[in-house]
Write a protein that binds this ligand. Sequence first.
Ligand SMILES: [Fe+2]
Length: 160
Amino acid sequence: MGTTIIQEFRADHQRIRGTLVRLRQAITKGDIPEVRRLLGSADGLLGSHFKFEERHLYPALTGLVGEDGVRQLIREHDSIFRGVGDLAALAAKDTWSDGERTAALDSLALIGDHPENCDDLCQYIAHLPGSEQAALLDHMQALRLQRITFSEYAVERRRT
Ligand SMILES: [Fe+2]
């Protein structure tokens, strides 16, 4: 039996959670090259995950969570995009002051509860008909193959 959208969606969140834990450790140590490396290696995962949510998952869930619910989810993403962008800007520096290290932790905090909060959406996905769940899985896999990065999608997102 193949995988399901719910399994793949949860697997994405587990990978994101792992990255967040390692980012927190690296930031706490002030290990800027490691922060840069972790952001670089998560770029494709984050890009395809958030593009999938905004372009495919949320529209599919509108009938279940309502338009206000979807707007709220997008607003939560706004702070995630800010957090990742600010953290990437800090990671481009050679050294950090204490204030910059604190700012990096604050940026990380904007992303920190995504895996838990977003996993809750699985309860709604489970209510979609099987054909819609299969279509969502196809969209997710197509986006992964496109290898869109978070930074690319952030630019695309600002334009629309
Ligand atoms: Fe998510």
